[in-house]
Design a protein around this ligand. Structure first.
Ligand code: NAD
Length: 485
């Protein structure tokens, strides 16, 4: 595909529709739908109309019918529409963030939470619209001529999780549309309203039929991933579900990008400044109350700075307010669902039983109505404790002491996952050298989880395969085609 690069929207943002929270909710809910409850309060957020397998069939037929027309639209126009879609999301940021906060639990304004996520959706739409993807001349000499370009794949099934439902959906939808595909999205059964709300806004400016959301349960995801009418599945979720999808996709040879679970290690080197890194460590681990794929999930600290890091991190974490998302002071929210709450509570118990020293938190907040688990730090753990080896996906960070960097690298690499990782130290050259030895898709230095639309992101080992973002991410939503003469 030869592309132009669009940088401006075709119409001004002032002409875009703007919904109140109530209007948005009314547009996407149904009186007889399934109840969605606020994880912070237990109150009803709204009733989601659940799609059936028949609805899915219809959505796929429609997406198939529209795809050739969309693929024929010049790339510069497709990019311009994505920019307009970004403007539409921006114009509805307040309503979208409120919906996200009520359904997912994350605070609206403070910290990297709901407004941050909606802002991320806008940023990714814009960045994806502007990525350059030119046809590449492979050779042009006396032996011949060959040009590589990327064609649309067809219909994309986009299956997403409940932790960052709007942003992750945009990560799947934006490159798919940019590359001339149509999309049928299947959100998590825990956060369908967020994705329906996002799609409702996007569909105010996108041509009809390019993007449909089927808000059904796991069985709808299963049918989607084995359906012959789907040409590629973009999946973000757990490793177990990724394996199930790969089995489902085998018969129809459906292409896959699998963004799966992680258990990211962070290594603090002996020359690190504990005070300087404490806040970065905190947000690396506790962003979205720890419910983040590429969050720092196990921390290895050199013995020279161990006590000072534990102390500085405890001080930072203890000062972070947790509570209901519409209360302006909070930066941490509840776990999104009871199952995840129980996983975290159980892992912390196993850490305590295994001799872990609880520096902060560790006891469920019984006096709150929602699924609140306090920010928890557990030090002095053995590297084989369950809180270290299993993905907690919540606000409980295990801290392990090490003596040599070789030992830390060995511990970081010994699990069968490798999404992200981080190295923390004052000498960046040394930190980069350590980073080069870690098995992960991305290794950050003195930060963690800082995804960027210009940097390809994906996992190694059981964290999945394929990448999103950057030009490599765009190419993943196309099929390579060579013309040789
Ligand atoms: P999940 O695997 O339970 O569900 C994800 C989605 O898959 C949901 O929409 C669900 O309905 C659907 N699904 C379930 N069973 C299915 C099946 N058999 N076939 C097709 N679809 C099916 O994951 P979750 O609990 O929503 O998310 C948490 C997990 O996601 C964590 O492990 C986290 O690390 C991972 N995650 C990874 C990334 C990444 O980019 N690598 C990003 C976010 C979350």
């Amino acid at each position: 595909m030869t592309t132009g690069t669009a940088t401006t929207s075709p119409t001004a943002s002032s002409t875009l529709p703007s919904f109140t929270y109530e209007e948005l909710l009314a547009a996407i809910t149904a009186p007889n739908g399934r109840e969605i409850l606020d994880p912070a309060t237990g109150e009803l957020v709204g009733r989601v109309p659940e799609s059936t397998v028949e609805d899915l069939e219809q959505a796929l037929t429609r997406a198939r019918g529209k795809q050739p027309e969309w693929a024929a639209v010049p790339d510069a126009e497709r990019s311009a529409l994505l920019l307009l879609a970004a403007d539409a999301v921006e114009a509805n940021a307040a309503a979208l963030a409120e919906l996200l906060s009520r359904e997912q639990g994350k605070p609206v304004h403070n910290g990297p939470n709901a407004m941050f996520e909606v802002g991320g959706a806008v940023a990714w739409l814009r960045a994806t619209a502007s990525l350059p993807l030119e046809a590449e001349t492979l050779f042009d000499d006396e032996t011949g001529h060959a040009v590589l370009s990327y064609e649309p794949i067809g219909v994309i099934g986009a299956i997403s999780p409940w932790n960052w439902p709007m942003m992750i959906s945009v990560w799947q939808i934006a490159p798919a549309l940019r590359m001339g595909n149509t999309v049928v999205a299947k959100p998590s059964e825990y956060t369908p309203l967020s994705v329906l709300g996002l799609a409702h806004v996007l569909n105010q400016v996108l041509p009809e039929g390019l993007l449909t959301v089927v808000a059904g349960g796991r069985e709808v995801g299963e049918v989607l991933s084995k359906h012959a009418g789907v040409d590629k599945v973009m999946f973000t979720g757990s490793t177990d579900t990724g394996k199930a999808i790969m089995r489902s996709a085998a018969d129809s040879l459906t292409r896959l990008t699998l963004e799966l679970g992680g258990n990211d290690a962070g290594i603090v080197l002996p020359d690190a400044d504990p005070q300087a890194i404490a806040e970065g460590l905190f947000w690396g681990a506790f962003i979205n109350t720890g419910q983040t794929c590429a969050a720092l999930k196990r921390l290895y600290v050199h013995e020279d700075v161990y006590d000072a890091v534990c102390e500085a991190l405890t001080e930072v974490a203890a000062a972070m307010p947790m509570g209901q998302g519409r209360d302006e002071k909070n930066v941490l929210g509840p776990l999104q669902n009871k199952a995840q709450y129980q996983i975290v509570a159980e892992l912390v118990e196993q850490a305590r039983a295994g001799g872990g020293r609880v520096l902060l938190g560790g006891d469920p907040l019984e006096d709150q109505p929602g699924y609140f688990y306090p920010a928890t730090l557990v030090a002095d753990l053995d590297d084989d404790n369950a809180l270290v080896v299993e993905e907690q996906f919540g606000p409980a960070l295990p801290i392990v002491k090490y003596s040599t960097v070789d030992e830390a690298v060995h511990m970081a690499n010994r699990l069968d996952v490798g999404l992200g990782a981080s190295v923390w130290g004052s000498d960046v050259a040394t930190a980069r050298e350590v980073a080069s030895r870690i098995q992960a898709g991305t290794v950050w230095i003195n930060k963690h989880g800082a995804v960027d639309p210009r940097m390809p992101f994906g996992g190694v080992k059981s964290s999945g395969f394929g990448v999103e973002f950057g030009v490599e991410g765009l190419k993943a939503l196309g099929v390579p085609k060579v013309i040789s003469s």
